[in-house]
Write a protein that binds this ligand. Structure first.
Ligand code: ADP
Ligand code: ZN
Length: 521
């Protein structure tokens, strides 16, 4: 087989120097490449800009035949192919814009050994014609870029990626590689299973971005006011603001423009033309008349966007998982210069996130418990006291290392308030009311608010927090109970999302004072 003649890492080094003109391998590139050269399937989780492309380009060049690269980003494929051609690498891409002649030429090159790398979209691989052709050609490895898209637990699931489940069966004798910048344990396992990877070697690195200072800020006033105050301090800098809704992006971009900032909005509801124009405006340098310094966007904006001098990423609304957060905040500071990530959150955001997932289940979607757990884990970090950078690294399974000294938690140690007591009040109310309560009702109950007397107004927890804690704090504390796993969103009567007690052991610990909850107030 091809693998028996696998060249070693010295040959890989030679290609790195001669073809790509680089001194040495970066990060874990060599580890990935030698695993592939040894014939293993590989899952590589390496940071954006970390050099994932070389991980498949070099092994593909070292073998007879060509490497097949599957990427969802057609625009980026062209860039890569052009860059490779400029270095004398025989690369091509197959896509829907090509006519039959062009395609014929590519197939000919592939057959006659005149091809090193072939780039393909997942949709193209779904075509039986293309698959049939490829199965008779000398493919030497299959690389799946942005592999997290195959996982429904990932932050950017794409249904067209499902077709990639057949890749292993189509090319059983060559290594398959899955590459992504961001995937937690659950997503990694899901990627490997969905792609049927065979005992994959997992290489995970790069959840450390020393130039990023991370901050989570509990929003007290209107988003616009807080955000524009932040922006005033970074006038002229380029940045991205993520919003939870399409409507929110438009409104915020308009409001910021009125305040004199150069901002534009981006979301999946806009036509392709408008999106392209706005992306161009954002990518443009300061010399351009149409430059937009600030992109206000939904999560539709991001994958494959490679602007080096993004100085800040602001989350006007928090994302719902650490994966999404890291992917998004990671777009700041690609040039290695100092950059910041500021994520706003408000009391009830976690409650809202799990509620939305519960409603989605109720509308017939698949079980969302994995997503809910991801939301809880993320908010446990957001609401927690640990160094942000350590928390991120720990979450992704990297060595936590030293505290960063620059994040909000590192800078504000000691300013956490113990909120175990209001949590006990809320939980004992929930316990007595037998669970069937919405969050707002529960908060109203401990505050002693009720439209009309009923059995709940006679329970002794009615009004227990009145005069001591306000609704915002109590809502915040409910989020912490959810993040800590004490309560969980569930469906009442098969349709109404309510909070229910989740873990009676944790509840006991909370009542005994063994489980302490803290908040930044
Ligand atoms: P990713 O796909 O992981 O986001 P790329 O493969 O696009 O990253 O690589 C990012 C940049 O780093 C590219 O310009 C690439 O040429 C460069 N690069 C990759 N590996 C090395 C290396 N070993 N030494 C120097 N530059 C490298
Ligand atoms: Zn820190």
């Amino acid at each position: 087989s091809l693998l028996e003649r696998a060249p070693d890492l010295a040959a890989a080094n030679e290609i790195l120097h001669r073809v790509f003109g680089y001194e040495q391998f970066r990060g874990k590139q060599a580890e990935v490449i030698s695993a592939v050269l040894d014939g293993h399937d590989v899952l590589a989780v390496l940071p954006t800009g970390g050099g994932k492309s070389l991980c498949y380009q070099i092994p593909a060049l070292l073998r007879p035949g060509f490497g097949l690269v599957i990427s969802p980003l057609i625009a980026l494929m062209s860039d890569q192919v052009n860059a490779l051609l400029a270095r004398g690498v025989k690369a091509a891409k197959l896509d829907s814009t090509q006519d039959l002649n062009q395609r014929g030429d590519i197939w000919d090159a592939a057959r006659t050994g005149e091809l090193d790398l072939l780039y393909l979209s997942p949709e193209a691989l779904a075509s039986p014609f293309v698959r049939d052709k490829l199965s008779r050609l000398p493919v030497n490895l299959v690389a799946i870029d942005e592999a997290h898209c195959i996982s429904q637990w990932g932050h950017d699931f794409r249904p067209e990626y499902r077709a990639l489940g057949q890749v292993k069966a189509l090319f059983p004798d060559v290594p398959a590689m899955a590459l992504t910048a961001t995937a937690d344990h659950v997503t990694r396992a899901d990627i490997c299973a969905a792609l049927h990877l065979d005992k994959p070697v997992e290489v995970v690195a790069g959840f450390d971005r020393p130039n990023l200072s991370l901050r989570f800020v509990r929003r007290k006033g209107a988003a616009l006011k807080e955000i524009s105050a932040l922006l005033q301090r970074q006038k002229g800098a380029s940045g991205i603001i993520y919003c939870g809704s399409r409507d929110g992006t438009e409104k915020l971009a308009r409001a910021l423009t009125l305040e004199g900032f150069s901002a534009t909005a981006y979301h999946a509801g806009l036509s392709a033309n408008i999106r392209e124009d706005r992306l161009k405006a954002f990518m443009a340098g300061p010399e351009s008349k149409n430059q937009a310094k600030i992109m206000v966007a939904t999560i539709a904006f991001g994958m494959g966007i490679n602007k080096a001098d993004v100085r800040f990423v602001i989350h006007a609304d928090p994302p719902s998982s650490m994966e999404a957060y890291w992917q998004e905040v990671g777009r700041a500071g690609r040039d290695g210069l100092p950059a910041s990530g500021v994520c706003f959150y408000a009391p009830g955001d976690l409650g809202w996130a799990v509620r939305r997932l519960t409603l989605r289940e109720n509308e017939g979607a698949a079980d969302q418990s994995v997503q809910k757990q991801k939301a809880r884990d993320f908010f446990a970090t957001v609401l927690g006291p640990d160094c942000r950078r350590q928390a991120v690294k720990r979450y992704f399974g990297e060595e936590a290392g030293a505290a960063c000294g620059t994040c909000d938690n590192c800078l504000s140690r000691g300013r956490l308030t113990d909120v175990t007591e209001p949590a006990q009040m809320l939980m004992s109310a929930l316990y007595r009311i037998n669970g069937a309560r919405g969050r707002k009702k529960l908060v109203d109950h401990v505050l002693g608010k009720s439209d009309r007397p009923d059995y709940t107004t006679r329970i002794k927890t009615f009004g227990i927090a009145k005069g001591q804690y306000d609704a915002a704090l109590l809502t915040h504390v409910l989020d912490q109970c959810e993040a800590a796993g004490v309560i969980a969103e569930e469906l009442y009567d098969g349709k109404m999302p309510i909070v229910g007690l989740r873990d009676s052991d944790l509840l006991k610990q909370l009542f005994k004072g063994d489980l302490k909850l803290t908040a930044k107030i």
